[in-house]
Design a protein around this ligand. Structure first.
Ligand SMILES: Nc1nc2c(c(=O)[nH]1)N[C@H]1C(S)=C(S)[C@@H](COP(=O)(O)O)O[C@H]1N2
Ligand SMILES: [Mo]
Length: 238
């Protein structure tokens, strides 16, 4: 179901109007591919979805940020706090995350605006592993994700978070996740549209209910299964 900021359903047409979504924004962005400097130069001209241009390095990735600049956190300064309704809250350094059991997923990335990057490799720690270590309390039913851009947020149900294709990723295509792609650490929710995959991940809070994320306040589906949500019929990623 699609709900707005006040929890009221929003029709798809209204949603598209609000966001100014569609081919125009994507076509506009497609002209901007002169690398990250070009991306940064164009931030003020981004469309309402946060799309500013194609990322360098190929593959067709597009740079999205609802913040006004590319946030940066060094590998040394990075921290990820796991808290909320858990027995053992903990703040992880990047080195700690890298010392945990590692998982690699190779799946398609699918954005809700239509673009897809096939067979993208993400590596990191299963979100379920972090939750197992934290010990989710019985009243914990969902997760809320925060980002060090200070703006973006996302959510998952606990069941979704426990899946074996949901990763707290620090590597992408055999390199550290770049600043532009949300490094040092981003979420990767393989079976869902890419807006669920919060970049610049800084906090995971276990909550007693789903708190809709940034785009979900503008009408995107909270349950963002590829091919089964947002009125789209993309083929599932796996
Ligand atoms: N913090 C943050 N995470 C975010 C976004 C954002 O604007 N801010 N955009 C989302 C959307 S809509 C997409 S399509 C992907 C884009 O990831 P990319 O820039 O690595 O291609 O990030 C998702 N995660
Ligand atoms: Mo997106």
């Amino acid at each position: 179901m699609r709900t707005g900021a006040a929890g009221k359903p929003i029709g798809r047409r209204v949603l598209l109007g609000v966001l100014g979504l569609g081919a125009a924004g994507v076509a506009f962005g497609a002209r901007i591919q002169s690398g990250l400097d070009g991306v940064l130069a164009q931030v003020s001209a981004k469309d309402p979805t946060g799309f500013t241009g194609l990322l360098p390095g190929g593959g067709g990735f597009r740079f999205y940020s609802v913040a006004d600049s590319v946030p940066h956190r060094s590998a040394q300064d990075y921290t990820l706090t796991v808290g909320g309704l858990v027995e053992r809250p903990h703040t992880y350094s990047l080195a700690e995350l890298q010392a945990l059991p590692q998982t690699t997923l190779v799946r398609d990335v699918q954005c809700v605006t239509g673009w897809r990057v096939p067979k993208t490799r993400f590596s990191g720690v299963l979100l379920s592993e972090l939750l197992r270590r934290a010990g989710v309390r019985p009243e914990g039913k969902a997760l809320s994700f925060t980002c060090f851009d200070g703006v973006y947020s996302e959510s998952l149900t606990l069941d979704e978070a426990m899946r074996d294709d949901v990763l707290v990723a620090h590597r992408m295509n055999d390199a550290p996740v770049s600043d532009a792609h949300g490094g040092p650490v981003r979420l990767y929710v393989a079976p869902m549209y890419f807006y669920k995959s919060a970049k610049w991940l800084s906090g995971i809070t276990v909550t007693d209910r789903v708190i809709p994320g940034y785009w979900e306040h503008y009408g995107y589906d909270v349950e963002a299964w590829v091919g089964r949500s947002n009125g789209r019929n993309d083929a599932p990623t796996s």
